[in-house]
Structures are given as structure tokens and as C-alpha cells.
Write a protein that binds this ligand. Structure first.
Ligand code: LRH
Ligand code: MN
Ligand code: MN
Length: 387
């Protein structure tokens, strides 16, 4: 694709921000608090709108319930609109209640399963009020010891709960089923991998699709293969982008392995799935424990843009010709030429043509927003992961 055509595609790109990335978060050892952290869902949305105002490609914010619980979700959606963004996916939370010690929707106790499924249904009610399209499900369910519970029964219970929630979805609503290899369960996890998620989604129907969280795999997993497979079967619904050195590190996307991010975006471009009309949600799912949060999120958005720009610049004709003629080195070179292109000038030009500052982080730093929120939010309880 030519640089001009790439700019058109990039100008249509959308990246969704997670409300929880703006709040305090940490490892299980320590949460380091920062000045200026939001005290409410509204303040998280205001910060997300700031990221959008400097990048131009982050027009929606995902909520996590109950972390972002409010009385009036329609009013929250209206507030987001006033700020220049919209509310995106509704993330359910069935992993932080004492009742879920032995699982949520797969718990052996039917009363606990009822409570968990009711929460998922409540999330669909919220979607009706916010106008959100996507319900994102992640289950921490699993077991720690062989024999602890019946693995097959747990799959059955999972399928039953998913069916009930699926049947409650409106015509324009979807379910995104996220998987994760391990943690907090260490022996079995009830949705450990894309195959399990895919199989459940297939059984449910067209409104159920897989969410790939890039930090949720075994080391060395070829994530772009998963992308390619799910694109072919129309079962790729979303990404939770972040990067990892070890496991579910939730570091900034593109920080640990920008080449992997490029390879993922290359499959997206190859599959014509970048445009918002293709229906894939590109979301961040990150925590910023030691770095300043808003610039870290701006950096993450820029990292996704850079990987996307490189993927768009792949000379598809040259690549295909090399592939077809069995030119292994030529095909690899066609891909690497694009990866090794410095796309920062192209993105700076794009931003300027959109009336944005070519350097979003510098512009944010100059804006004085951080000093302002540090003063304005000096009192009150700061929102955090789980707060
Ligand atoms: C689980 C997960 C899931 C949660 C989020 C906070 O590890 O990736 O997406 O909703 O973290
Ligand atoms: Mn996730
Ligand atoms: Mn995770």
C-alpha cells in the first residue's frame, strides 16, 4: 500500500481505552499511588478523552463493572459524549467476590452460579443504557488441585451460563469471550486457551466471538496464527492489547515485543479487518504501576499506530509473488522491509493533517493537564484496580 493509502486507513483506525488503566494499580505486593489519579468513572472518562484529543484514534472507553458502577449509566454515556468520546465494551467482573473462591459460573454451588450469571445479565442491562455493543467476559474460574472438582461438569456449567447470557443479548449486541492460560487457578482453568473459547463461541452462535488478550498465552505462542485462524472463521471479536515479558504482565503494548505486534497487525491488514466496519475491537488492557499513566496510554496508542502503519506498508504484491514462487528469502524480506521502515514521520504528517500536534506526548506535557488534575484531585479516594 502507498503511504497515502496507508494514511487513509490510519485515519479511520480506532483504539479503545480501558477505564481501569487510569486508576491506581499494582502488583500483588504493592500499589504505588500517583497524584492526579481519577476518583470516579467520570474522571477516568475525562482522562481517556484527553488521550483521544492528542491522538485522534481513541474515541471509546471500556468500563469494568462494578469498578465503574454508577447510578445512571445513560447519564454516564451522555457525559462521555460531552467529553468527545463514547462508552465501549462492558467488562464483567466475577473474580473479586469471596463467593467466587471455587469459581463463578462453574462453581459447584448453584446459588453462586446464579449470582455470577445474574451479574453478567446485569452487564447486558448496562449495555442497553450505555449503547455499548460488546460484553466482555473473562472467567478466573479453575481449580488448583487434581480432583478438586469435576472438569467435565465445569465445562457444562460454563456452557449453560454462557447460553443464558447469549440469549439475553440484543440484536446489535455481542459477547466477547476472553481466555487465559493460568492465574489465578494453577491446575485447570475453565477457559484456558483460544480453542476452548472458540468452541464455546461456535456452539453459542454468531454473536459470540473470541477476545485475544496478548498477555494470556504460554511464552512463545504464535499469536498471529491465532489471529489468522479466527479471522478465517469470523470468530475474532476483539483484542486486549498489552505486553509481557513473563506472564500476564499488563505492560504497555508494543513495549516488550514490537515485532510481535507488527506480525499481529500484519494478519489484521492481510485479512481486511482493520477498519471499524470490520467489527473487531482493538482495546488496550494494561496497568501502569510505576510510570505516569496518561502519557503511558498515549505511548501505547502510538505503539499500536506504528505497528499498524508498518503492516499497511507491506508491499502485498511483492510479498505474494515471492510466496507463490517459493522465494522464501524474498517473502521474508518483503515483510521485514515494511517492519524496518521508520513510520514516525508518516504518522506525524497524518496528525498534522488532522489538526493534531505531531508529537502527542510533548503536546500533553505542555498542556498543564497533569498539574491541574494533581491539584483538583488531591482529596478524596482515588480509584484503583478493584476500587
Ligand atoms: C484478566 C484480564 C481481564 C480482566 C482484566 C482486568 O487477566 O485480562 O480482561 O477483565 O484483566
Ligand atoms: Mn484482558
Ligand atoms: Mn489479563
Amino acid at each position: 500500500m502507498t503511504p497515502d493509502a496507508a494514511k487513509v486507513a490510519l485515519s479511520r483506525q480506532e483504539i479503545e481505552l480501558p477505564s481501569w488503566a487510569f486508576g491506581n494499580s499494582g502488583t500483588r505486593f504493592k500499589v504505588f499511588t500517583q497524584p492526579g489519579v481519577p476518583r470516579s468513572p467520570e474522571e477516568k472518562i475525562a482522562d481517556a478523552a484527553v488521550v483521544h484529543s492528542y491522538t485522534g484514534v481513541a474515541p471509546s472507553v471500556a468500563l469494568h463493572i462494578p469498578w465503574d458502577k454508577v447510578e445512571d449509566y445513560a447519564a454516564l454515556a451522555a457525559y462521555a459524549k460531552e467529553q468527545g468520546v463514547r462508552l465501549g465494551a462492558i467488562n464483567s467482573n466475577v473474580f473479586q467476590d469471596d463467593d467466587y473462591k471455587l469459581g463463578s459460573v462453574t462453581n459447584p454451588d448453584p446459588a453462586v452460579r446464579r449470582k455470577a450469571t445474574d451479574h453478567l445479565l446485569e452487564c447486558v442491562d448496562i449495555m442497553d443504557q450505555t449503547g455499548s455493543r460488546d460484553l466482555k467476559l473473562w472467567f478466573s474460574d479453575g481449580t488448583n488441585y487434581p480432583g478438586q472438582d469435576d472438569i467435565q461438569d465445569r465445562q457444562e456449567r460454563l456452557a449453560e451460563a454462557l447460553r443464558e447470557v447469549y440469549d439475553r443479548l440484543g440484536d446489535d449486541q455481542r459477547m466477547l469471550l476472553e481466555y487465559k492460560l493460568f492465574e489465578p487457578a494453577f491446575y485447570t482453568t475453565d477457559v484456558p486457551d483460544w480453542g476452548t473459547s472458540y468452541a464455546h463461541c461456535l456452539e453459542l452462535g454468531p454473536k459470540a466471538t473470541v477476545c485475544i488478550d496478548t498477555g494470556h498465552h504460554a511464552p512463545g505462542t504464535n499469536i498471529e496464527f491465532i489471529v489468522a485462524f479466527l479471522l478465517r472463521t469470523k470468530k475474532l471479536g476483539a483484542f486486549d492489547f498489552n505486553s509481557r515479558f513473563y506472564a500476564d504482565d499488563d505492560l504497555m503494548v508494543g513495549a516488550a515485543d514490537p515485532f510481535q505486534l507488527f506480525r499481529i497487525m500484519n494478519e489484521i491488514v492481510r485479512g481486511d479487518a482493520l477498519d471499524p466496519d470490520a467489527g473487531i475491537a482493538f482495546m488496550l488492557d494494561q496497568c501502569h504501576n510505576i510510570e505516569e499513566k496518561i502519557p503511558a496510554i498515549i505511548r501505547s496508542v502510538m505503539n499500536v499506530q506504528e505497528a499498524t502503519a508498518k503492516a499497511l506498508l507491506v508491499d502485498r504484491d511483492t510479498l505474494r509473488a515471492a510466496q507463490q514462487s517459493g522465494d522464501v528469502l524474498g517473502a521474508n524480506a518483503a515483510l521485514m522491509d515494511a517492519y524496518n521502515t521508520d513510520v514516525r514521520p508518516l504518522l506525524a504528517e497524518l496528525r498534522e493533517s488532522q489538526g493534531l500536534d505531531p508529537d502527542p506526548i510533548a503536546a500533553y506535557k505542555r498542556s498543564g493537564y497533569f498539574d491541574q488534575i494533581s491539584k483538583d484531585r488531591a482529596d478524596g479516594q482515588q480509584a484503583g484496580w478493584g476500587a
